[in-house]
Ligand binder design. Structure first.
Ligand code: OGA
Ligand code: MN
Length: 287
């Protein structure tokens, strides 16, 4: 591909992309290479991008239509496509979503059509801590024993946002009936075929999953916990240490991520996220 080059960040996940300037439209051939590399490596890093919110949105749209986040109070004023993730307080108010994603998840997995991927731009970050950790769920799935893979292939996991909210956020205001109606429990295949490269991945998260369809909660949760303990082994992980100007694109179809702890009262972390809409997960046995 003329102009752009890829270099792996960890054995099973992540690639740095060199030779891109996201302040300008990316050519169709380069976008095709990026989309393929995203499917294959799950996380793409593009360093040194001093771009405006408009340029961030325009580039993200080249990957697909964007979500307007439900928590509109945390969106960048004037830019409903940009969700602010930050610990910073200005005029007595949090400027962004504060913490909240310190357990492994895939963005919007509890929706009927979970997000394809997210584009994260680092504006400010602490010297220490505050990394983002990623897991390759395709590499984790590939490493499972064949018997386990076969057992998982016809299973569905029930993602239940309201159930999870009510047992973990007792300190927050109760969800209204209207909010609850937007996020009914949804069953997704536990093994998911990637629409771009056809590679199967585990589609599980540390939050929201109540049970496997047709099994009881406690038994299901034990199996999910065992699978996630396996998936979060060091060989499947890439931990990104941020620098201002970094753009990371992550694929929500074949990876999980979480924020790592940092000094939330003494340092500043400010990130902008766009969220690309996705399609319904499916599993297709290899021919
Ligand atoms: C997110 C998220 C992790 C981080 O914005 O979806 O999970 O490191 N962020 O802030
Ligand atoms: Mn997230």
């Amino acid at each position: 591909m003329p102009g752009i080059e890829f270099a792996n960040l960890a054995p099973n996940i992540g690639a740095e992309v060199r030779g891109l300037d996201l302040s300008r439209p990316v050519a169709a051939a380069e976008m095709a290479a990026l989309e393929r590399a995203l499917a294959d490596r799950a996380v793409l890093l593009i360093r040194g991008q001093d771009i405006t919110p408009e340029q961030h949105i325009a580039f993200s749209r080249q990957l697909g239509p964007l979500e307007d986040h439900v928590l509109s109070n945390f969106c960048l004023p004037g830019h409903k496509e940009i969700f602010v993730v930050s610990n910073i307080i200005e005029n007595g108010k949090h400027i962004g979503a504060f913490g909240g994603s310190k357990q492994y998840h895939s963005d919007l997995a509890y929706l009927d059509e979970p997000s394809l991927g997210s584009v994260f731009h680092c504006l400010e970050c602490p010297e220490e801590g505050g990394e983002t950790s990623f897991v390759s769920m395709s590499a984790a799935y590939a490493a499972l024993p064949e018997e386990r893979k076969r057992w998982l292939q016809d299973k569905k996991a029930v993602f239940d946002y309201v159930w999870h909210y009510e047992r973990t956020h007792r300190d927050r205001p109760a969800l209204t009936d209207e909010q609850k109606a937007k996020v009914p429990p949804i069953a997704h295949p536990v093994v998911r075929t990637h629409p771009v490269n056809g590679v199967p991945s585990l589609f599980l998260t540390e939050i929201w999953i109540r049970r496997f369809e047709g099994m009881d909660d406690a038994e299901s949760q034990k199996i999910v916990a065992d699978l996630l303990a396996f998936a979060t082994g060091p060989e499947f992980i890439y931990v990104h240490k941020w620098s201002p100007g970094d753009i990371l694109i992550w694929d929500n179809r074949n990876s999980m991520h979480k924020a790592c702890p940092f000094d939330e009262t003494g340092t500043r972390r400010r990130m902008h996220r766009t969220t690309v809409t996705g399609t319904r997960p499916y599993f297709e046995a290899a021919a």
